[in-house]
Structures are given as structure tokens and as C-alpha cells.
Ligand binder design. Structure first.
Ligand code: KIV
Ligand code: ZN
Length: 387
């Protein structure tokens, strides 16, 4: 089994479903080109039957990108698959992503159907999509809560029907990492024809476990991760692309890798933030404003002595120009001296103590102390070595 993890980006489909994040086709094409440059393997470009705009976006993205597979979502319905096949016509490599609910909750309360009928419809949809000449990925919606024996039967049946990839979504973000990992392991060990397909992990973040579940699934044999930039997505969001890429890069001991050019991550994050009008929380891993900012005295002192004391990722590896030292009332002398030296003020010993006392008064009043504040502070010091 290969150790390469395929990155399936669904920012433009699952991410774009978020209220307020809808994009025009031109903007979707801009993001798709950036995703291609980032090195994603698959771009889920939309749900073609859902609206004329989504259909057009899948058409235009199919024309615009060359390397990634372009994917269109469908339900397990003839009309959805026909429309997706048409939308993907220009794709160099197209994929139809079809599927149906697999948990008893969905089977009973969404489809008012039975396991047997769901299996039959899933198999039919895969065969119908495959006959269109595209790659086919099958999703077993709500697989995180599905009966595991039934999930294995369904997986085996859709692979036999021609599915190239089987997606095991934790649609409701319900699973715990060790149990989701075990689910993937069970399928790897009990589905007879599993060597003919790739298992894909698609996790939602309702309990804040999307990334942990995704990684657990990869450790247990899945080789495709379905992710979005900034973790954008329905409700609490999807697994974030940048987190998965950097976890695999940081933990090389896992023996897994992606083709993501990580130094482009920050730029793509900003682009998605701006075009989708969806702010990124400051403490978001990898791309948040504070991801490489040090603000407490103990951390600042350790960081200034040796960056690895408090950083496990070099900011340049994700396209962030530099770490930052934020000056607040929790900062220490080392950080203040460092920042003053960057402004050209060399201060030490007793003089530093005096400046530091005045700095603390200012910081208590202002919160964050900026460079301009420091220049004023220094102008008001009685005895100083000026730059
Ligand atoms: O979360 C989910 O189950 C999905 C499927 C449509 C793949 O987004
Ligand atoms: Zn989803």
C-alpha cells in the first residue's frame, strides 16, 4: 500500500455550503487555481444539479485546472449523475462522487427505507456513474454511526460495482479518534476486495475532533483525506487541510506524506478568508494570526534563546514570514529588550529595569504595546543610549 495520502479538497463544495460563504464562479476558479498550485490531488468543485451556478462552476473549474482530478457531488439518483457527468465533460480527469446514507438513523428517518434497498441503490448508482466513463467515489453518508457489519457489506458491494474510492464520512462529527480509527481498520481487514479501492476519510468538527479523527483514519489505512482550507464547512466545519498537511509533515515517523507545498498554505488561507468573507479565529492552528505569536514572558524568553523551545513548525514552512513577539503586561524584560533593539535602542542593566517599569504601566493601560508606543516611551526616558 502506498504511503502517499491523497488530498481531496472540498472547500468549494462542503465549505461553500456555509451560509454567507457562497462564491461566484470567477472566485471559485481563482481558488481552484490556487488549490492546484498548492498541490491538492482532487478538487470537489460543486454539486452540479443543485443550481445553475454550481453546474457552471464545475464546468469552468474542469476547464481551468490540469493536474488535479475534478469532482462533482451527486445523490444516488439518475438525474444527479447525468448532470454531473455533463458538467465534468471538460475535465482532464473527472470524478463522480455519489452516495447514500448508511446509518440506520438515515435509512429509517431520512430515506424511510431498508439496509437492503440502500445497498441496492448504492450499487446501482456506482454502476451508472462508472458507465459515464469517470472515476467513481462512493460516500456512505453518516458512516461514523453506521452498523459496522453493514458498512463493510456496503463497501464490498460498491467496490465490486466499480467504485475507485469509498468515502467513510463522520457526517455528524460524532466519532472518537480511536473508534473512528478502528472502523477504518475493520474495513481494511474485513472487506475482501479492499485492495481494489482507496478508503477516504471525511470528518466533521462538531466535537472538535475532525482533524484527530482524520489522522486516526489515515494511521489505520485510509489513503485519502477530505479537507477544506481553514476547516470551513457545515456547522462546526470540516477537517482543515493545513492541519492534516502539517501533522503528516511534522510527524514523519507516521511514514505518510502528501504533495502539499506547505509554504503556500498561508497565502491560500488568506485568499479563502477574503473571498468567502469568513474570518479565521486568531488561535487557529497553522494559519491563525496568533499561531506564531509569543506573548508571555516565560515563552518569549525561551523562544528568543532558541526558537524550537516554543515552536514545532518553522513559520516559513507554511508561508508566514516570521514569528512575532507580542508585547503585553505579561511580557518580560527579554522581549522588551529584543523589540527595542529591533527599533535601534540598546538598553540593558538598570536602564532596562526603569524602562520595563514604565512599559508595564503603559501595557496595563493599553493592552498591546506597539512600536509607536515604544518610540514615545523611549523619548520620555531621562537617560538613554539613542539610536
Ligand atoms: O459529510 C458528508 O457526509 C458529506 C457527504 C455528502 C460526502 O459531505
Ligand atoms: Zn461533509
Amino acid at each position: 500500500m502506498s504511503n502517499k495520502v491523497q488530498i481531496f479538497d472540498t472547500t468549494l463544495r462542503d465549505g461553500e455550503q456555509v451560509p454567507g460563504c457562497q462564491l461566484k464562479t470567477e472566485d471559485k476558479v481563482i481558488i481552484a487555481r490556487e488549490l492546484e498550485a498548492l498541490g491538492v490531488d482532487v478538487i470537489e468543485a460543486g454539486f452540479p444539479i443543485s443550481s445553475p451556478g454550481d453546474f457552471l462552476s464545475v464546468v469552468e473549474i474542469s476547464k481551468a485546472v490540469k493536474e488535479p482530478v475534478v469532482c462533482g457531488l451527486t445523490r444516488a439518483k439518475k438525474e444527479d449523475i447525468d448532470v454531473a457527468a455533463e458538467a465534468l465533460h471538460h475535465a482532464k480527469r473527472g470524478r463522480i462522487h455519489t452516495g447514500i446514507g448508511a446509518s440506520d438513523v438515515h435509512i429509517k428517518h431520512k430515506f424511510r427505507s431498508s439496509r437492503e434497498q440502500v445497498l441496492e441503490q448504492g450499487v446501482w448508482a456506482v454502476k451508472y456513474a462508472k458507465a459515464k466513463g469517470y472515476e467513481v467515489e462512493f460516500y456512505a453518508e453518516d458512516a461514523g454511526r453506521a452498523d459496522l457489519t453493514f458498512l463493510a457489506q456496503l463497501t464490498e458491494a460498491v467496490i465490486a460495482a466499480g467504485a475507485d474510492v469509498v468515502n467513510i464520512p463522520d457526517t455528524t462529527g460524532y466519532c472518537l479518534p480511536h473508534l473512528y480509527g478502528k472502523r477504518i481498520q475493520y474495513l481494511m481487514e474485513n472487506v475482501k476486495n479492499i485492495d481494489r479501492a482507496i478508503l477516504s476519510v471525511h470528518c466533521h468538527n462538531d466535537l472538535g475532533l475532525a482533524t484527530a479523527n482524520t489522522v486516526a483514519g489515515l494511521i489505520h489505512g485510509a489513503r485519502q483525506a477530505e479537507v477544506t482550507i481553514n476547516g470551513i464547512g457545515e456547522r462546526a466545519g470540516n477537517t482543515s487541510l493545513e492541519e492534516v498537511a502539517m501533522i503528516l509533515k511534522t510527524h514523519q515517523d507516521l511514514g505518510l506524506y502528501t504533495d502539499i507545498k506547505s509554504e503556500r498554505l498561508y497565502e491560500v488561507s488568506l485568499l479563502v478568508r477574503d473571498l468567502m468573507h469568513m474570518p479565521v479565529q486568531p488561535n487557529k492552528a497553522i494559519v491563525g494570526k496568533n499561531a506564531f505569536a509569543h506573548s508571555s514572558g516565560i515563552h518569549q524568553d525561551g523562544f528568543l534563546k532558541h526558537a524550537e523551545n516554543y515552536e514545532i513548525i518553522n513559520p516559513a514552512d507554511v508561508g508566514v514570514s516570521a514569528s512575532s513577539i507580542v508585547l503585553t503586561a505579561r511580557s518580560g524584560r527579554a522581549a522588551l529588550r529584543h523589540r527595542l533593539s529591533l527599533l535601534g535602542f540598546q538598553v540593558s542593566g538598570e536602564e532596562l529595569n526603569t524602562v520595563y517599569e514604565n512599559f508595564l504601566l503603559l501595557a496595563d493601560e493599553k493592552g498591546n504595546v506597539e512600536d509607536d508606543d515604544l518610540i514615545v516611551l523611549m523619548a520620555n526616558q531621562p537617560v538613554l543610549v539613542r539610536p
